[in-house]
Design a binder for this molecule. Structure first.
Ligand code: GLU
Length: 260
């Protein structure tokens, strides 16, 4: 099965911006095991800016573009260095791909990207993708890695997209503010009501919130790809998620002829 897994900044870094060693090691161990079991995996990893903040000793996440981009340049190195080191322990080879919105909007460049990823998968390597933050400006940025995850899942024809984040999945209302909020296990169709609720829930969580996750869900559903939102704090959950069971919110793929 070909699976695109997106991991959020808060899953692999502490709020200080320094590496969350325990989470990162667990994630790499589970992904390595899933690869050993024969799955083809593509990882979309956030964390460049967060880790750059930690490494440069900045007090908080920068607001201005040049500092964000400088932090991303520093943090992306650290991120890939860490993945390379940890995956090597399980004899897996990683590859870095950095993309912007204009790369995937351009037919020629998108095709080169698709060819590279499929060749990497044939060669048994694990592509690790992030936005090319140092050259992304508002006009050409994908903007968030939930959307990037969906773009990548569509481009590689994935069977499943998993968005790992610091939330358990979709609720009927913002669980931080509304105690009656109920957890949603399965979504057949993303409704305008869900989208309105996600916009409101907006949240200060990193870059994406529920709104970007629903946008990713719509792209995946329309392309016939199932998507799961789950908490990345327990990467072991990926075993059950790949078996079609377990935790999180599962967005069913659109069936032939069904309109969404
Ligand atoms: N590309 C950003 C980073 O690596 C993350 C964007 C996101 O998490 O949505 O820091």
């Amino acid at each position: 099965m070909t699976v695109v897994i997106k991991i959020g900044t808060s899953n692999i870094t502490h709020p200080t911006g320094h590496l969350n060693i325990r989470h990162m090691e667990q994630l790499v161990k589970v992904l390595s095991d899933l690869k050993n079991a024969g799955h083809k995996l593509v990882l979309v990893s956030s964390g460049a800016i967060g880790m750059g903040v930690g490494k440069l000793g900045l007090n908080s996440r920068p607001e201005d573009m040049p500092t964000k981009q400088a932090a991303a340049a520093v943090g992306q190195c650290e991120l890939m260095y860490t993945y390379d080191k940890l995956f090597s322990e399980y004899s897996h080879v990683v590859a870095q791909i950095l993309l912007t919105g204009s790369d995937v909007a351009d037919d020629g460049r998108r095709r080169h990207f698709q060819n590279t990823v499929s060749r990497l998968l044939e060669l048994g390597a694990l592509p690790i993708i992030n936005e090319n933050d140092t050259v992304s400006t508002d006009e050409i940025a994908v903007g968030d890695n939930d959307t990037l995850g969906a773009i990548v899942a569509c481009a590689v024809g994935a069977d499943l997209l998993v968005l790992l984040s610091d939330i358990d999945g979709l609720y009927t209302a913002d669980p931080h503010r509304d105690p009656s909020a109920a957890f949603v296990r399965q979504v057949d169709r993303i409704t305008p009501e869900m989208e309105a609720m996600a916009e409101k829930a907006g949240s200060g969580l990193a870059v994406g919130g529920m709104a970007t996750k629903l946008k990713a869900g719509k792209m995946a559903q329309q392309a016939g790809i199932e998507m799961v939102i789950a908490n990345g704090a327990w990467p072991e959950n990926l075993y059950e998620i790949l078996e079609g069971r377990g935790v999180g919110t599962r967005f069913l793929a659109k069936k032939e002829g069904q309109s969404i």
